[in-house]
Ligand binder design. Structure first.
Ligand SMILES: *Cc1c(COP(=O)(O)O)cnc(C)c1O
Length: 226
């Protein structure tokens, strides 16, 4: 653990976002902070809600289902985003629970999400995850397949795609990955860019990120790996 509290952590992150926006000539209102609360319990999350944070992200449906219903009941007006990979058999729960899904990464999931969105008449914001580093162990659509995948989501499944998400390879400079993601979004007419985590969100903002997903810099380091 580090020395500062989540409430101090999020205040610092907010200041850094404002500064990064100023450096990039952007309006801070165009950057949405998604506080990634995975592995942290309600006692850690609630003080962050009290600071006015309204958007939280989780990477597992099961964990979110266990943890969030009571928090959502106590704090109306929160939004929950799914940032981790999603099994098709959890599409029903995911559509029911999340306001945004950042990890649409394959055809079968597009199909499952379309079916649930229609069945439940719910339309979570959808981000297609791009595997910008073409890493074999990582999920996401390869950059060269992105245009056709996005078109198939729209045309075959009737899914409105709002944006793209990426997670740059750990040992590489993130900037080229953010730039590539922004180019793919731009040529497909997609407005939203989910990119930037604790280590690289300022760079992501310089490349047009609209959603930064920040966990560690708010809540401290996680004791279990996810
Ligand atoms: C955990 C996670 C984050 C937050 O990462 P930090 O480095 O802790 O800020 C962001 N995005 C995804 C997809 C994650 O799984």
């Amino acid at each position: 653990m580090r020395g500062i509290s989540p409430t101090a952590g999020i205040e610092l992150v907010r200041q850094q976002i404002v500064r990064a926006c100023r450096d990039a000539g952007r309006d801070p209102a165009t950057v949405t902070l998604v506080a990634i609360s995975k592995t942290f319990d309600a006692a850690a999350i609630e003080p962050v809600i009290e600071t006015g944070q309204r958007i939280f992200g989780e990477n597992r449906v099961q964990e979110a289902k266990a943890k969030w219903p009571s928090l959502l009941a106590r704090h109306p007006g929160l939004q929950l985003h799914l940032v981790g990979s999603l099994q098709s058999n959890k599409a029903r729960d995911a559509v029911a629970m999340f306001d945004a899904i950042h990890s649409l990464d394959r055809d079968s999931l597009a199909q499952a999400l379309a079916k649930e969105a229609n069945r439940q008449a719910r339309r979570p914001l959808l981000f297609v995850e791009i595997n910008t580093g073409a890493e074999p162990q990582k999920s996401g659509i390869l950059p060269q397949e992105a245009d056709s995948f996005i078109a198939a989501c729209r045309d075959r499944y009737g899914l409105a795609i709002s944006g793209l998400m990426c997670i740059p390879p750990v040992n590489e400079a993130p900037a080229p990955h953010f730039a590539l993601t922004a180019r793919i979004a731009n040529r497909n007419g997609l407005r939203l860019l989910s990119m930037g985590m604790s280590a690289d969100f300022e760079t992501a903002i310089a490349f047009g990120a609209t959603h930064v997903r920040i966990g560690t810099a708010i809540f401290g380091s996680r004791s279990v790996s996810t």
